[in-house]
Ligand binder design. Structure first.
Ligand SMILES: Nc1ncnc2c1ncn2[C@@H]1O[C@H](COP(=O)(O)OP(=O)(O)OP(=O)(O)O)[C@@H](O)[C@H]1O
Length: 306
């Protein structure tokens, strides 16, 4: 394992607001590592400390072997960060933006090739102000990756996008990972963390409350798998007795059965044996939202108020 980022007991307050109370994790080279949590949990402050954009009050941090607080300029040559949406002037054209940022890199950048790679060639004369949300994110990713950085920080990359543009941006992020970059992704969308991240730190109120692969987090949440389908409750009452089933409920002709991970398969087999084939048989597995709920008693969409 090649640990590329290490945060140990990171602390940072704004006046008497303790934004980051105790954040510890490591990121291995080549990983997509997620910081998932509700608004105000301290995610942005954490990645700003990692990038050397903010000082810290306590704890130790190392990125690519450097302390970001002591060597922010050296570090910046090796990391890429996505711009915030208000960071570019409205009239700046796409081609000009790429040329301008290319000049700031230590190594020469082939601007035409960059535009081509990110499907921006046909947009090169468009002013920033008229780009769609998805086109802006493409430009931001292109700019963040200009110097082929080893580590890329992406903070709420898809927050302003509709679901289709969000999914398209996920593909771009996978492309970035496939080029070998290590990615730290800040998000409050659990689907995004599940879709993209190799490991996720769930952050709440300035602390890491859980850290693992999305699969291990959801498997360990202790949450039941739920199965729903339409049927006559009396005809399928025999399902209550199946091993692993923890609850059975009927409401408006819809059956909901909860149980262990084997429940959907056991249920399907038992129904088929009785000649019952519900066309709307659906399963719902525990998600990172359920993990967050189990750890904090709150939903991911609740804002943390300090
Ligand atoms: N510059 C600042 N001055 C004062 N308080 C701040 C500042 N930046 C952040 N905070 C506060 O610190 C806490 C953590 O904010 P932070 O932006 O790090 O959280 P976050 O998890 O990234 O949330 P969001 O997704 O809303 O940005 C919040 O209570 C926020 O209001």
């Amino acid at each position: 394992m090649d640990t590329i980022i290490r945060s140990d007991g990171l602390r940072r307050a704004y006046g008497d607001v303790p934004a980051v109370r105790d954040v510890s994790f490591t990121v291995e080279r080549g990983e997509v590592f997620g910081l998932l949590g509700p608004n105000g949990a301290g995610k942005t402050t954490t990645v700003e400390c990692l990038q050397g954009l903010r000082s810290r009050d306590g704890g130790s941090v190392e990125v690519l072997g450097l302390d970001p607080a002591r060597h922010p300029d050296r570090l910046r040559r090796h990391i890429g960060a996505q711009l915030q949406s208000a960071a570019l002037p409205d009239r700046l054209r796409v081609g000009e933006a790429v040329r301008f940022f290319a000049r700031l890199q230590d190594r020469p950048v082939d601007v035409d090739r960059t535009l081509e790679e990110w499907d921006l060639t046909r947009l090169r004369r468009r002013p920033y102000a008229v780009l769609s949300g998805g086109q802006r994110q493409r430009l931001f990713l292109a700019l963040a990756l200009l110097g082929s950085p080893e580590v890329v920080f992406l903070d709420e990359l898809t927050a302003a996008l509709d679901p289709a543009a969000r999914r398209a941006t996920w593909e771009l992020v996978r492309g970035v990972r496939d080029r070998g970059a290590t990615i730290v992704l800040v998000t409050h969308f659990m689907e995004e963390a599940e879709a993209l991240c190799d490991r996720v730190a769930i952050v709440d109120d300035g602390r890491v409350v859980a850290l693992d692969t999305p699969a291990a987090l959801t498997a360990g949440s202790g949450g039941d798998v739920h199965v729903t389908f339409s049927a006559d409750g009396r005809e399928v009452a025999f399902l209550r007795a199946l091993p692993g089933v923890t609850s059975f409920a009927v409401a408006d002709g819809e059956i909901t059965v909860a149980g262990d991970p084997a429940t959907p398969v056991r249920l399907a087999a038992a129904l088929a044996e009785h000649g019952i084939f519900p066309p709307d048989f659906r399963t719902h597995h525990p998600s990172l939202e359920d993990v967050f709920l189990a750890r904090t008693g709150r939903s991911l969409t609740t804002e943390v108020t300090a």
